[in-house]
Design a protein around this ligand. Structure first.
Ligand SMILES: NC(=O)C1=CN([C@@H]2O[C@H](COP(=O)(O)OP(=O)(O)OC[C@H]3O[C@@H](n4cnc5c(N)ncnc54)[C@H](OP(=O)(O)O)[C@@H]3O)[C@@H](O)[C@H]2O)C=CC1
Ligand SMILES: Nc1nc(=O)c2c([nH]1)NC[C@@H]1CN(c3ccc(C(=O)N[C@@H](CCC(=O)O)C(=O)O)cc3)C=[N+]21
Length: 296
């Protein structure tokens, strides 16, 4: 026995192909090409990799990619001016400002300056409120990707015990909202949670979004549970480095029913969902129905 390894990389490739199909039809039927603008402030090497991958995959899906790189000492007013320009640009349907931002910037103010209809990260307060009240929202990419994998694996999620470890605005909280919408019984755990091991052992669905390498051992996993590992940490491995998740994969594998690997799990789905959200935003901006299955 042993868990099925959920192939996020393969799943993401299928989602991107589906997006590309819709993009081609938007072009042929309506002469519209979705456009995604990604803004990177500063030169964090990990962010550079993500932004480059996003650009490549955006173009592969047939969309226009607009990359804006600003120096780390850019005044906040200049970033807000760029956002205003992108908000007004009819060729830009999605705007993503890579986080974290430099400390001198007010990330909340920056995010809330984005036109909510173009907020493909789903971080704007309007989208957070729409999601929380069950209305049509832009849904954050990482939780959306996790939900797609869970639905694919489990079908109906209603009544299942879901534990989300982590309560950030970008992963933990929106993940909990989505699971609640699916009628799971949701527990959100965090750094103050008492007896996290016992809480995790009750989970039919365990989503780990903490950022502490391999903090969840196999004996915290309920036998047969579906484990979604969002965490990505770079650790030393001899004289090289490698990526690991929040879950200790080797000890969880014999216990879980299914588990996402790191890398190759949630990460690729995040980018695929960013493209899906850009397509959704573009359709809605043009008064067209967004394709089903690519959003909630
Ligand atoms: N695969 C992907 O596409 C993505 C991956 N990530 C990765 O996911 C991870 C989480 O990211 P993010 O949500 O932004 O992180 P944050 O640092 O914003 O949040 C971490 C959360 O983990 C909680 N936490 C910290 N220590 C513990 C502990 N010992 N026990 C239980 N909970 C704890 C914190 O609790 P408290 O609130 O009490 O401080 C907090 O709620 C990171 O590794 C990040 O790199 C992030 C985005 C996308
Ligand atoms: N506004 C904003 N939106 C984000 O969605 C956002 C962000 N800021 N800041 C940083 C985090 C992190 N993030 C990842 C996306 C893809 C992978 C990914 O594709 N990972 C590959 C590995 C990539 C590698 O090898 O480094 C994998 O897990 O297989 C990881 C992490 C999006 N984020």
């Amino acid at each position: 026995m042993g868990a099925d390894i959920i192939d996020g990389k393969g799943f993401a490739a299928r989602v991107r192909a589906e997006v590309a199909g819709h993009v081609a039809r938007l072009k042929s039927d309506h002469d519209i090409t979705p456009g995604l603008a990604v803004v990177l402030v500063g030169a964090d090497p990990a962010s550079e990799v993500y932004v480059r991958n996003k650009g490549i995959q955006t173009r592969e899906a047939g969309m226009n990619s607009h990359e804006h790189r600003l120096p780390s000492d850019t005044p906040e007013a200049d970033l807000l001016a760029l956002i205003a320009q992108l908000n007004a640009d009819p060729g830009v349907h999605g705007i993503l400002v890579q986080l974290p931002l430099p400390a001198h910037m007010d990330a909340e103010a920056v995010i809330n300056a984005i036109d909510p209809a173009k907020d493909v990260d789903g971080f704007h307060i309007l989208n957070v409120g729409l999601l929380g009240t069950g209305q049509k929202a832009m849904v954050p990419c990482t939780p959306l990707g996790c939900l797609m994998m869970l639905r694919d694996r489990l079908g109906d999620l209603s009544g299942l015990n879901a534990v989300v470890v982590g309560r950030s605005n970008i992963v933990g909280k929106p993940m909990a909202q989505l699971l609640l919408r699916e009628s799971c019984t949701v527990t959100v755990a965090h750094s103050r949670t008492r007896d996290l091991a016992a809480v995790c052992r009750g989970a039919d669905i365990l989503v780990a979004a903490v950022g502490r390498p391999r903090m969840i051992p196999g004996d915290w996993v309920k036998p047969g549970a579906t484990v979604i590992d969002v965490g990505i940490s770079r650790i030393a491995d001899g004289d090289r480095t490698r990526l690991v998740g929040d879950v200790d994969f080797d000890s969880a594998l014999p216990v879980a029913g299914a588990i996402t690997p790191v890398p190759g799990g949630v990460g690729p789905m995040t980018i695929a969902c960013l493209l899906a959200n850009t397509l959704t935003a573009c359709c809605r901006a043009n008064g067209l129905e967004a394709p089903e299955g690519l959003t909630v």
